[in-house]
Structure formats: structure tokens, C-alpha cells
Design a protein around this ligand. Sequence first.
Ligand code: G6P
Length: 496
Amino acid sequence: MSQVLVASNRGPVSFSLSEDGELAMRRGGGGLVSGLAAVTGAPRDPGPPRPAQQAEAPSSAADVLWVCASLGEGDRTAARRSPDGRIDLAGYDTGGAAVRMLDIPEATFDRAYNGVANSTLWFVHHLLYDTPRSPHFDARARRDWQSYEAYNAAFADALARDASHGAKAAIQDYHLSLAPRMLRDRRPDLRIVHFSHTPWAPPEYFRLLPDDIGAQVLMGILGADHAGFLTERWASAFLDCCELLPGARVDRSAWTVTCAGHTTHVGVHGLGVDEAALRKRASQQDVVERARALKEQVGDRQLIVRIDRTELSKNIVRGLAAYREMLVNHPEWRGRVVHLAFAYPSRYDLPEYREYTAAVQRMAAQITEEFGTAEWDPLILQVNDDYPRSLAAYGLADVLLVNPIRDGMNLVAKEGPVLSEQGCALVLSREAGAASELSEDALMVNPYDVSQTAETLHQALLMPRGLRSERCARLAAAAAALPPQRWFADQLAALD
Ligand code: G6P
């Protein structure tokens, strides 16, 4: 039984299965994993894959249990081979955290994760619907919703079973918006926090959801004692939506919502980076080697870096278009700058993401064709995920471009300045949660305004070295001021 439980769709690690049945472990992806891994001590980047250790009897003394979904055949096999699905990661220096991977039926997982979480709730909170792909809530959407309920119930069951009396459960993100209420119904003795890592939709957009589904999402989160958000803007949008919920009473001054006899406190917990851990990882040999290779490629040119999952909300195509426009308007940069764009694969089961990846590649090819010469590659696009190479690029960047159309926080905007060797200029979208903390020292842009972004990239490249490093030092200090340990401890403390 555990005193502290974390629940999230993606766990801190995932497993791949080789043809001869060997399991190899690797770190899970995404900002949430980075944040939670730092607090539970799970490996942030366990290095090259190595065989999973033999399953051992679960340690009943584990303080922290992380419950997550099995995301593929490797995870499902690891879960089945471990006693009661509980994978003891003691060999990986997890500081006592254990992981339970839930073996959710594939069709249920697909509908809950792809159908509801990533195609519906993610689109609503990031304002991603457009006319050709506006929502269409039909019988199929209802079927997906039932799977989402079943998926949330599987988490609530696991948490209810493993929590000791009065334990704290920290339920993460939009995949699990129903789980807090389901868990409260099963275990009223527990103290429950729900944390949203995404933005929250404004009410007029949230109302795109069918009324009963929207109400269930809100009621689900209101099953928690505390609902946490990354910025005041997202927390406030949540309160705005709750005001539309029949029977809910919102107290703006106390930041509470009372509904069905239960009061939920709403709080803001910003998330930054673990500076010491990040620096330590960046000093390892694999990063140093990649930095050497990148330096050779770039030479003495200035370097504009962007690092994202290939995600619709990250606005990669407009970012590339802005770089192109800068090269058109300021031809003096031709031959003197390189744009390094890392766009790592994401959510490839969804057609929108596959199409988006193709659009990114088309735009990149167009830029290379238009401006490239025998001596100069204006753009290097990399689509294969390589964490040490990302860390190396942070170290070398002169300019870091982070231009999402909407983002809960965005940790790239924080990791970059921390690892920058000579000080980088940060070009940052005003629609990223990080803007609420970094806007004084970043160069802010409207993510839809390609021309403004182009001009801002030009200004960033022109910024004198001294000023760049002064601003970068302040950005790094702001990023390190909210370490994940504190972020998580604050959520738990809010339950006391
Ligand atoms: C965002 C979400 C996380 C998610 C991550 C990666 O950061 O807030 O919950 O894990 O994206 O997305 P994926 O669908 O690959 O888990």
C-alpha cells in the first residue's frame, strides 16, 4: 500500500519487446514525464536500452507508486511478467518509486487516448479545431467516450486498491479528468489532487463539447480536493467554465468551486526545471560528442534552434515560414545562420499528426531548395528523437525559437536558457504558459504573425552578446526557481 500515488497516461518508462522476447527499457517522452520523473526519482533518461531486470516481489514499503497505462506490446508484456502488474524499478535508482502499468484492452485504450484525449480534449484546450476539422460528435464519439470512462475507471480502481488509508493521490492531465470523482466515490478517505498540464479552454470554446460530456469533465475534476494549473490564465479559464456548470458555486476570491456538497480549491503551480540534474546530464559524454558534431556542421555561423514534438499546437510550419521570410527580407543572413529544427515524432496514430509532419517536411524542403548552396545548408531538420542531441543543441543555440499557438507551459523555453553556454536569445510565443514568467527577458511574438516572428528572429540574431547573456541568465534563474520537486511538493501540500 502506498502513501503517495501518481497517476498519468504515460509513465516514466516504457518497454520495447525484441523478436526473441527480450524487454528493453527506455524513458517515456513528454514534459509531464520530465516533471514527475524528477520528483519520484524515476530515470529521466536511462541511457541506452538495457534488458529489464527480472520482476521482483513488489516492495510493500514503496512510498510512491506511479500508475500508468501500458502504451504498447512491450509495456503490456512487462506488466504481465511482473507480479500484479507492478514493476519494481529499484535497479534504476528510483528512490523507492514503483510503477504499475495497467493492461487496458487495446480498443479501449485507442478510443480513450486517440479518440477522446488527443483528438477531442487536446483540441479543445489548445483551440485547434478549424473548419475542415471541426468537431462532429456522433455515435462514434459516444462510443469513444464510453471507452474514456472505462479507461478512467481502470485508473480509479488501481488507485483505490493500492492507496493506504488517508493517502494522497496526484492525478495528472486531460487523459484522466474523470478519475478524481471516480476515486472519491471508491475511497472517500483519500486526498486527491488533479493537475492539468495543458491550457484550459475559454468557456465559449469549451462549449463545443456536448453538454453532458463537458459537465462530466468538470464534475470529474471537481471530485478532487485541489485542482492545479500551470498558470493563472488556465486556472481562471477553468473557473469561468465552472460558472456555466449547473449547481456549481464559484468563489472567485477564495479560488474555490463548490458542487454536489464538495469544495475544490483551485491553485497555480508553475513548473520549471531541475537545474543541477539537467546540467549533470548535459555534461555526459554522449552530449559532448553530439555537441562536437553539431559544431562541425554549423561552423562559425549563428544558430537558431527549435525543439518540439511534431505537434499541431507547436506551430512548427509557421516557425519555418518565419525563418524563410527572414532570409527573404534580410538576405545578409544568408550563409551566416543555420536553423536547427528538431521535430520529434508524436501521436502518429492520428491522421492530423501524420499530415502535419508531412507539412513540416515540405516546408523544410522548400527552404533548402530556395536558399541552399554547395557551402551552406540553411536548415537542418531532424525528425528522429535524440535526447542527448537536444541537450547539445541547447548548449550551442544563439537563438531559441518557441512559438506554440497555445501551450500549458513549455519546458523547452526553460531548459534552453539553463543549458546555454554563451547565452541565447529566446523568441517566445505570448500564448505559451511560460510567457507569464519569462516575458520580460524573452522577445515576445504573436504565434500567428509570421512577419513579426521573422523580424523578431532578425532582432534576436542582432542582439549584442553581452545583452543576450544578461537576459539569458535571468531567464535561466526564472526557470530554475520552480524546480519540479517544489512543484510536486506544493500540490501535495495543498491537500493538507
Ligand atoms: C503533453 C501532455 C502530456 C503528454 C505529452 C506527450 O506534454 O501534457 O500528458 O504525455 O504531451 O504526449 P503523448 O501523447 O505522446 O503522451
